[in-house]
Ligand binder design. Structure first.
Ligand SMILES: C[S@@+](CC[C@H](N)C(=O)[O-])C[C@H]1O[C@@H](n2cnc3c(N)ncnc32)[C@H](O)[C@@H]1O
Length: 280
C-alpha cells in the first residue's frame, strides 16, 4: 500500500447504504462463467473476502452448499444480510465481521475464495498465504474486477453520459487534490501487481476470463449520487459537516447536465483470474 498509508475502519464508513444502488453491476454472465469454469455443482464452500454488501457471494450462492462473506465494515454486512433475506438464502450464508488479515479465524476450509475489488485494500502477502492455507486440495482463489482500459462509448444512447470529470472536480474541491482513503491519503492510489503476490504465495495459473459487458443502462440522478458516496475516496464520512452542501452541489451539477435526471451508461466487462491453490 502507499507509503505512510495505514488501513483504518473508516475506509468505507457510510458507503454501504449507497453501494448496491450506486455501483455498476458486474457483467451479467459472471455467475454462469464461474459455474462453468470452476465446475460448480451446488455443493462445496465459498468464502468471499471483502464481500461488501454481498455482491459476489449472493450472485454465487446457488452454486454452493455454503457461503461465508467476510468484511470489516458493519454497514456492508448489514446490507449483505438484507440481500440474503430478500433472496431467501439466509440459511446458507454467514457474514463475518473481520479483516481478511485475521484469517483463518476458525472459519474452516473452502473450495473457492473470491476477492472482488477488495484485495488491494489488504496486506496482500499475508492474506494470500492465509487463503492458500484454507483452500482444500483442488481449491482456487478467484480475483474479480471491472475490466480496465475498456472503452464504453455512450454515443447514440438516449440520455447524456454521467459527467465523471466534473463530479471528480467537485469532489476534489471539497476533499482536496490528493485521493482520500479512510483517515489517510493515497497519492498513488491502491497497489497493482497482484499476480506477483499470488505467484509468490505459491498459487498456480492464473487462468484469465473476460465476461463481456457493454449493455446499455439508464441511471437516475439518485443512482449517480449513490455511486459517488459508494466510493472510498468520496465516502460520506469524508465530508463531515459539509456533506449536505456537497450533495446539494452534486445534484445541481447533475441537473444541469441532464434536466430529466436520467443518464446513459454501459455496463463494464468483468475480468476474472482463477488461481489454483497449486501443490505444496
Ligand atoms: C470496493 S468494495 C468491494 C465489495 C464487493 N466485493 C464487490 O465486489 O462489490 C471493497 C470492500 O473491501 C472491504 N475491505 C477493505 N479492507 C478490507 C480488509 N482488510 N479485509 C477484508 N475486507 C476489506 C471493504 O470494507 C469493502 O466492503
Amino acid at each position: 500500500m502507499g507509503v505512510g498509508w495505514e488501513w483504518d475502519e473508516t475506509l468505507f464508513s457510510g458507503a454501504a447504504a449507497f453501494y448496491r444502488r450506486g455501483r455498476l453491476p458486474y457483467a451479467p454472465g459472471l455467475a454462469d462463467v464461474l459455474a462453468e469454469v470452476l465446475h460448480l455443482d451446488g455443493r462445496g464452500r465459498l468464502i468471499d473476502l471483502g464481500c461488501g454488501p454481498g455482491t459476489v457471494a449472493l450472485r454465487l450462492v446457488g452454486h454452493f452448499g455454503e457461503v461465508v462473506g467476510v468484511d470489516p465494515d458493519a454497514g456492508m454486512l448489514a446490507e449483505a444480510a438484507r440481500g440474503a433475506a430478500e433472496l431467501e438464502v439466509t440459511g446458507k450464508v454467514r457474514w463475518v465481521r473481520a479483516r481478511a488479515e485475521e484469517l483463518p479465524a476458525g472459519l474452516g476450509d473452502f473450495d473457492v475464495a473470491t476477492l472482488a475489488q477488495s484485495f488491494h485494500w489488504m496486506d496482500r502477502e499475508r492474506v494470500a498465504a492465509a487463503v492458500r492455507g484454507m483452500l482444500r486440495p483442488g481449491g482456487v482463489l478467484v480475483h474479480i474486477s471491472d475490466l480496465k482500459g475498456e472503452s464504453r462509448p455512450t454515443d447514440g444512447l438516449p440520455c447524456p453520459p454521467v459527467p465523471h470529470a466534473a463530479v471528480d472536480a467537485l469532489v476534489r474541491r471539497y476533499l482536496g487534490p490528493v485521493r482520500r482513503a479512510g483517515r489517510g491519503l493515497l497519492p498513488r492510489g491502491t497497489p497493482t501487481g497482484e499476480a506477483a503476490v499470488l505467484t509468490g504465495a505459491g498459487f498456480a495459473g492464473p487462468y484469465r476470463h473476460v465476461v463481456p459487458g457493454g449493455q446499455a443502462m439508464v441511471r437516475t440522478r439518485d443512482d449517480v449520487v449513490a455511486g459517488v458516496f459508494s466510493m472510498s475516496f468520496s465516502a460520506p464520512h469524508l465530508f463531515g459537516a459539509r456533506l449536505d452542501a456537497f450533495e446539494t452541489e452534486l445534484r445541481r451539477l447533475l441537473r444541469e447536465v441532464s434536466p430529466s435526471g436520467r443518464f446513459s451508461a454501459r455496463r463494464p466487462g468483468t475480468e476474472v483470474f482463477v488461481w489454483p491453490r497449486g501443490s505444496d
